[in-house]
Design a protein around this ligand. Sequence first.
Ligand SMILES: [Zn+2]
Length: 67
Amino acid sequence: MPVNADTDEAEMEEPCADCGRETAHRVSVEIRTESQKRENAEFSREPYRVATCLLCGTEETTRMNNA
Ligand SMILES: [Zn+2]
């Protein structure tokens, strides 16, 4: 399995709202740019924790630096 250098992936059991129980999730941290405007990129690049249910494919995205 190739390692993606841009993400830090792990698999872990987490509750899935769609499945209604704990399932295996692929969890990664991604830097996502919220704005396409280059001038604002410095302020809009936010780290997100992305957890994808391996059973139903539901993706749960959580911004990591919420104040
Ligand atoms: Zn699920």
